[in-house]
Design a protein around this ligand. Structure first.
Ligand SMILES: C[S@@+](CC[C@H](N)C(=O)[O-])C[C@H]1O[C@@H](n2cnc3c(N)ncnc32)[C@H](O)[C@@H]1O
Length: 278
């Protein structure tokens, strides 16, 4: 990158911090540069400088850029083997050991369009169906920095490719097909949607928006990979502080607990990156 481009990108990052409260300087620079470039080219610009002028004058552009830079790739039951372990071991364990009448608290941190949090909700419904009893009490929180993704999550409407790892019987049981503009969409049953509370939260700005309740399970997957090392460490520390003692932390397949934090956790499953707080 030329010096001029590099300093224009710095200016753009500072402006985004000011307008959207998200410090893109904490994300890997190559990814940020690529995403900004595809956005500006889509709008017909060819340099960061031209795009900066647009960003300053167009009120909605900073929100659009935030949506574009924070990558939303996700699907239901992503890494199916992890969800099998959650259903067979982790959730039964949490349910058995939580005395609170509201049940264990589960947090999908960086939830994109809700696929991960809703997969947990479906898993709980399944556990109940299989046990022939009531749906176990549990609180599911889901947070993301991108409000537009949370709005989509609240609608609970998904294209067919959101179900590449979803067993057909679950798709048929918990979703209703709806005619879409081009292809069919699938709408999650409202009874399952209601189990998840969505809120906007920037994982790099501090504690999540609930008071004092520590989740027994945190899924923070495919978020840390986009961050520079200092920001990763900051987020790992937040996750450590937030998680209840004995609680589970699940990371993405390309994410690994740093050596400094290994003494605070027991590794439950190396392959699926599941760690238990000591
Ligand atoms: C690739 S998606 C991962 C979704 C889901 N966890 C999964 O593994 O399928 C990454 C998500 O992290 C969110 N994200 C990125 N930076 C964030 C931040 N600082 N605070 C909260 N969410 C963030 C993005 O908006 C995006 O929805």
């Amino acid at each position: 990158m030329h010096d001029q481009d590099s300093s224009d990108l710095d200016e753009l990052i500072a402006l985004m911090h000011q307008l959207q409260g998200l410090d893109l300087g904490l994300y890997k620079r190559g990814t940020v540069a690529r995403r900004v470039t595809t956005r500006l080219q889509r709008l017909g610009y060819s340099t960061y400088r031209e795009y900066l002028t647009h960003l300053i004058s167009a009120p909605d552009e900073s929100r659009a850029l935030l949506q574009h830079v924070t990558i939303k790739v996700s699907h239901f039951f992503r890494t199916a083997g992890l969800f099998t372990l959650l259903g067979e071991k982790l959730l039964p364990n949490l349910l058995a050991h939580t005395r609170d009448s509201e049940g264990p608290r589960l947090w999908s941190a960086g939830c994109a369009n809700g696929e991960e949090a809703y997969s947990l909700a479906i898993l709980l419904e399944q556990m109940c169906a299989e046990r022939g009893g009531e749906v176990p009490a549990a609180t599911i929180w889901a947070t993301d920095v991108d409000q537009a993704a949370l709005d989509r999550a609240a609608h609970g409407l998904y294209p067919r490719d959101a179900f590449v790892e979803t067993p057909l019987e679950l798709l048929e049981r918990y979703f209703v097909p709806r005619a879409g503009r081009l292809t069919p969409q699938y709408e999650l049953l409202p009874t399952v949607r209601e189990r998840v509370t969505f809120s906007q939260h920037n994982l790099l700005s501090g504690s999540p928006p609930w008071n004092g309740h520590q989740p027994g399970l945190i899924l923070c997957r495919n978020v840390l990979i986009y961050l520079v090392r200092a920001a990763q460490m900051r987020l790992y520390r937040l996750l450590l502080e937030t998680l209840a003692p004995g609680g589970y932390l699940c990371l993405g397949e390309s994410e690994q607990l740093p050596d400094e934090l290994q003494p605070q956790f027991h590794t439950v499953d190396r392959h699926y990156r599941i760690y238990r707080k000591l």
